[in-house]
Design a protein around this ligand. Structure first.
Ligand code: ADP
Ligand code: MG
Length: 747
């Protein structure tokens, strides 16, 4: 995974933008519960009244309040208000708002800053609560007990009716008054400022009613205002989500494209050894399925990996800063969640590693089956193949099922924890609300924060689920990308001589396939000359293909050297080397397209005459002419719609189009009838007279006229010479020849 990190480079800016957006989104999402708590606390419970500092107050009421304020507080608070009456300049406007102005002078709050507001809020709150308490008792003496002894043992219920208590208190000596206020304040201390302000809101509303203000309107305005803010925040958050989704899609798809391109490029550079190491099926899985895994994880990661911690940690900070009595509940939930995630993680991680291997296996079995369908049918092995596929399929299913079961159990567990947490918060929260330790809105906000924290854990756990699989995929891709092909160009390549004639010399060449126990070729030496045919003959597995495959450097020799025109083929670039070679493989491979496109594969600038002549030499003319579309006739994938012999002829024609100095024909006549074989060889001799022709074959008739025949057995040269020489000297050759031709034919 980490090894693929460099592929994020072109997308760093986008990733950064996504992170910024996610940061904004997390902040918006974290702000919402606060607004909710304000709607509930202030908007609904407090009727839209936010503080204990009334925006306006009757002069008579203010006079009562100030009795319970210290001299300093009294002065500062009165300075925050302006006394107005009917004669004031803007009385008309004010009395529309406060109809009570008609009867009495009012104090109207000046524009004060937040700091001053915060300072006087609890002070006013206490005073207002005290005054309203006394007023209630005066109106209904039975409530006196509640005020209990606050007035220094004075029983308010015993006051003679009609006593102006406030006037009386105002006349008390100041020490006595201080004593009373202290006693009252002591009672308030237990409550805390927040609860005092909240309690004071109710008398403030009563005052507003007394002023004739429209309190319903006040409440509506408040709720609408906060609601509008919430809506705006939500919309902004949605916009962030959409943009981040777009960005992450772009980043993930882009990275996948880049990685696929690199993998393909790398595989192109692989030599036979690397293909032997990885297997085609695995290389296909790696450049498709594995890359898709990476794409998926990048997509999720961009959206979640930054967002989840922001939301989770942000939520925790909010909860802790609120100093809520329920914080411990979240602690418990988080510990349980982490435990759960760790269990799931340790169970599923080892399985993910197996999954990709099994996908490889399915691919392999499916590929083998599809390409060998005819053989499977001919041998009535459908059942065997089905059971083979079944096994691979079942293995994968089993592992996938296990992983899914773990996941399936995890989700409800997470939900259980989440819902359990909600219930616990409401249960304990309700008690806290009942005991006036908490406001309802705060409890609801807390509930939302708790959900956000749990959600962030859910997101992280999802990451934990897909990360292991993606990391396995990442490793598999990195393995391909990090494989350095064994065969590479030299740092300072030399050039072939300008007048290239195409002599190929094997000098004591030994070769061992990578990972094999024994050498496949031992001490092979010969020289193939231009204008001559060099033929290789020998039983199956004697190493004929191995010898000729060393010439285009599909593999490198492990001992000795191969020289072309005196230059070691490892000293020139692979491109220069292969430019000189016309190669017809034992298994001819055509590509989907037309006959023409397959021929142009050798040289895209080849003239139509060139193509025609190549087709003629390779004896394919008749077959091409039989097609109504001629050269434009369609070739399906792998050349499945032409016969083996036709495929071979087209392969040879393709090599001819290239007009190389050296031809390598690996068993290329095997599917041709003898007549065509002979015609082809004759045409070759005529039209490519100056080329070096290297022919691998099992047919003696094919090689009879060759200038040089090399007889191979178990990777060793056991005979070298012309047909007649070998008939005299080489036992192996004699055996092969006698098995194929009659005595008369041989002479
Ligand atoms: P043939 O003469 O039939 O063309 P080959 O050159 O294909 O024979 O094979 C020679 C020997 O090398 C055989 O014993 C074969 O098992 C082995 N061999 C061929 N290809 C590979 C490979 N890719 N990896 C390992 N061994 C191989
Ligand atoms: Mg072969």
């Amino acid at each position: 995974m980490v090894k693929l990190a460099k592929y994020t480079k072109p997308y760093l800016l986008m990733i950064l933008l996504a992170i910024v957006l996610l940061f904004v989104q997390a902040n918006l999402d974290l702000a919402l519960p606060d607004y909710l708590s304000r709607i509930v606390n202030t908007g609904i419970q407090q009727g839209g009244v936010e503080s204990a500092v009334p925006v306006a107050i009757r002069q008579s009421e203010m006079n009562r309040l100030v009795v319970f304020l210290s001299t300093a507080d009294k002065e500062s608070i009165l300075a925050d208000y302006t006394l107005v009456d009917k004669s004031s300049p803007d009385a008309a406007k004010l009395s529309a708002e406060y109809p009570a102005l008609e009867k009495e002078a009012l104090y109207v709050l000046n524009k004060i800053d937040q700091a001053e507001m915060d300072r006087i809020n609890p002070i006013m709150g206490k005073a207002i609560l005290t005054v309203s308490g006394i007023e209630q008792v005066l109106a209904d003496p039975s409530k006196a007990a509640k005020m209990g002894g606050a007035f220094g043992g004075m029983d308010l219920s015993k006051l003679p009716a009609g006593t102006d208590l406030f006037a009386m208190l105002g006349k008390l000596p100041s020490e006595k008054l201080v004593q009373i206020t202290d006693a009252i304040n002591k009672k308030f201390e237990a409550l805390g400022d927040k609860m005092i302000i909240q309690a004071a809101v109710s008398p403030v509303r009563a005052e507003y009613t007394a002023l004739g203000m429209n309190t319903g309107q006040l409440q509506n305005n408040y709720v609408m205002n906060i609601g509008a803010w919430m809506l705006a925040l939500t919309l902004l958050s949605v916009v962030c989500t959409i943009i981040v989704g777009y960005l992450s899609g772009k980043i993930a798809a882009g990275m996948a494209r880049d990685i696929r391109r690199e993998v393909f490029k790398k595989v192109e550079s692989f030599s036979g050894s690397e293909f032997d190491k990885f297997s085609t099926a695995s290389l296909i899985t790696r450049s498709t399925n594995d890359v898709t895994q990476i794409q998926m994880v990048v997509f999720m990661m961009v959206r979640m990996v930054f967002y989840a911690p922001l939301l989770g940690i942000g939520g925790l900070i909010k909860v802790i800063s609120k100093d809520s009595p329920l914080s411990w509940l979240i602690g418990v939930a988080v510990v349980v969640l982490i435990g759960l995630i760790m269990i799931v993680f340790s169970l599923s991680l080892p399985k993910f590693r197996i999954t990709q291997k099994l996908v490889d296996r399915i691919n392999l079995v499916a590929r083998e089956n599809l390409s060998g369908m005819m053989v499977v049918r001919a041998f009535n092995m459908q059942e065997f193949e089905e059971s083979r596929f079944d096994k691979a399929n079942l293995d994968l299913t089993e592992v996938s099922l296990f992983i899914n079961r773990v996941m399936v159990v995890m989700m409800p567990m997470m939900m259980l924890i989440m819902n359990g947490l909600s219930v616990a918060i409401i249960w304990y929260g309700a008690h806290q609300v009942a005991e006036a330790n908490m406001q309802v809105g705060d409890m609801m906000a807390f509930l939302q924060y708790a959900m956000q924290i749990v959600m962030s854990f859910l997101m992280l756990s999802m990451m934990f689920i897909i990360l292991p699989r993606a990391s396995v995929s990442g490793d598999r891709i990195a393995e391909v990308l990090e494989t350095e092909p064994k065969i590479h160009d030299p740092e300072q390549p030399v050039k072939f001589p300008a007048a290239f004639n195409g002599t190929v010399e094997f000098r004591n060449v030994s070769f061992r396939y990578p990972g094999a126990e024994e050498d496949a070729l031992h001490e092979i030496s010969f020289t193939a000359r231009p204008g001559q045919t060099t033929a290789f003959i020998g039983s199956t597995g004697s190493g004929k293909s191995t010898v000729v495959n060393l010439i285009p450097r599909f593999y490198d020799v492990t001992g000795g050297a191969i020289l072309m025109d005196g230059v070691d083929i490892r000293a020139v670039t692979q491109h220069d080397l292969r430019d000189k070679i016309g190669y017809v493989p034992q298994k001819s491979a055509l590509f989907s397209g037309s006959i023409e496109s397959n021929l142009l594969y050798a040289d895209e600038n080849a003239s139509p005459e060139m193509l025609r002549s190549a087709i003629e030499i390779s004896q394919a003319a008749e077959f091409v002419a039989s097609k109504p579309e001629g050269l434009a006739a369609e070739i399906s994938q792998g050349g499945a719609n032409v016969s083996g012999g036709q495929k071979q002829r087209l392969s040879i024609a393709r090599a001819l189009v290239k007009k190389p100095p050296v031809y390598i024909l690996d068993d290329s006549f095997s599917a041709l009838d003898f007549k065509t074989d002979a015609a082809l060889r004759r045409a070759f001799k005529d039209k490519a007279a100056n080329s070096t022709l290297m022919v691998v074959t099992q047919r003696v008739s094919t090689v009879k006229n060759a200038e040089q025949i090399i007889v191979l057995e178990d990777g060793r040269v056991v005979g070298k010479g012309t047909h007649h020489e070998l008939m005299e000297t080489c036992e192996t050759y004699q055996e092969i020849a006698l098995s194929q031709l009659s005595k008369e034919e041989l002479s």
